[in-house]
Structures are given as structure tokens and as C-alpha cells.
Ligand binder design. Sequence first.
Ligand code: CP
Length: 316
Amino acid sequence: MKHFPEIGYKHLIGIENLNYEDIRQIFQTAQFFSDNGINGHNKYDYLNGKTIVLGFFESSTRTRCSFELAAKRLGAETLLFQPHGSSIEKGETLIDTLETIDAMGVDMWVVRHSINGSIDEMTKNSACLFINAGEGNNEHPTQALLDAFTLLEKFPTLEGKKICIVGDIAHSRVARSDIFLFQKLGAEVGICAPDIFIPEFLNNSGIHRFTSIDEVVEWADIVNMLRIQKERIHHNNLPDTGEFNTYYGIREKHLVKKPELIVMHPGPVNYGVEIEHDVAHSTQSVIQRQVRNGVAIRMAVLTLLSQKQDSLRKEK
Ligand code: CP
């Protein structure tokens, strides 16, 4: 069994605190799985004997399914925990839930939660290792890693590449993780959104700012389109979706204007709002490749953290 160099961190909570070497290690490990096969015909034993809890306190398709497949293809057992149908509906708290499941003998948690800081709180109340699978509008580190990995299949480096994130940036954990990661990898990052969707942390950040998709297409090598994340918006001042589409939605004419432009989207997609159906399914779109690479990246992260856990346990 191949042994990968040991990583310097215990949990994967965000990109902000990862260094370049950590990121390179994740990409190299993901490349190993991508080259050797990520589907059910290619089983590995890096996680034999481990139990991974998939704690999805908020809905998901891509992240949940790809973490589950990644864990199973590495030989782990998985336990899916979702609040619907659980004792959370009877008032049990997040930490009581964590302690209850930990007592059953589990090793790692993959957590999606709507509240910023909840995963950090879980790490303080458990001996398990934790992976953030999307938390509030804080971070979604494995999405950013699979986004960058997908671009690195197209380009030898992201150094100097112009990447623009378009749409609802303020409510997006993907945008935050992408901005941290693309900048760490040397890309020039731009944003394009109505004022209501620009987060405070980007004001005066020196990041390129555009006011329409037409301007973005002139400048960018890559666009990452984001949906309006209504589940995290608790007011009624949303832009009209037709108007939003006019200024910020990417359409076929943009692909005709720039045939080398690469179009990304983390999904799920709202066709006719931030992206047209034909653009999402065009040869310039890498959306399905992002989904495929999500499995390789998650296999890499699970393997590296599991190895780290084994070495920490040996030290005790
Ligand atoms: N990109 C992403 O996180 O998608 P899901 O919500 O379907 O997991």
C-alpha cells in the first residue's frame, strides 16, 4: 500500500489556514486516485476498519454522495446522520448528538451545517477528526480543492490566470474558499455581483471588481458562476431574477465571443438565472468534470487525514 507524506493538520475546516505544501500534497494524492481509478472497480484499503460519519445537517447531493462513495471505495464503513427523523427533532442538541454517536465507536466526521462555527465547536467536544463539507457562508474547502484540481487538468499552473467569481458571493462558502485557494495558487481573482451580494470582507481587498458579465468575459480566462443562495437570505430585497440574468447571467453569446473561456459552477444550477442550460452543457463547461474530481479530492482528503489519525494514535 502506498504511503503518502504526513500532513501538518488534524482537521480540514477551511482553506484559509492551509499552506502551499498541504495543498500540493492533497492534489498529488488526488492525482494518484484519479490516475488509478475512482470508480467501484477500483477498491483501496487505506480506510479499512475506519467508520466515517456523514453528518449532513443541511441538504446536499454532490458533497454527500461523493464523500460516501470516496469513503466506501477506500474501505471505510459509513454512517449517514441527518436531522430529519433523528432525536434532534425531539430537542437533542448538536453536541449531545455528537457525543452519542461518538460513543458507538466512530473515527471521523464529515459535517455540513448551516451555522458558522458549529464544526469548530464539534472538534472541541470529540476525539474524532473532522472535515468541513460546507458550513454556513464560512468555507467549503473540498469544493475549492476540486475546483482548483479541475483547472490544473487544463493548465500547468494557475499562476497569473484570471478567474472571476460571478453571482451571490456574500452568501457563498464556495466563493470564500475559492478566493483563498485561487490566491494561494497565484491566480488573479475577480468578482462580479450586485452590491447586495458583495461580502464586507472583500471591500477594500484590492480584488478586481466588475459590474457586468460582459466586462467579465473580456477579462477572465475562467468564470465560476454562483446561484442566489436563498436558503441563507432572510430578507426580501433580492434582485429580480430576470434583471439578475441580464447583467450577471452567462449566455451562449459569451461563449461565442470567447471560445477559450472556461465555465465552472459548483452546482446546483438555476438555469436561466446565473447560467443557460446550453452553456452548462457546452464543451467550454467543466461542471461534470468538477463533480467527477470531487470523488478524487475527497478520497485524497480522507486518506491523508486517516493516516494522520493513525500516527497521532501511535504517539499516545
Ligand atoms: N457544490 C455543492 O456543495 O453541492 P451540494 O450542495 O449538492 O453538495
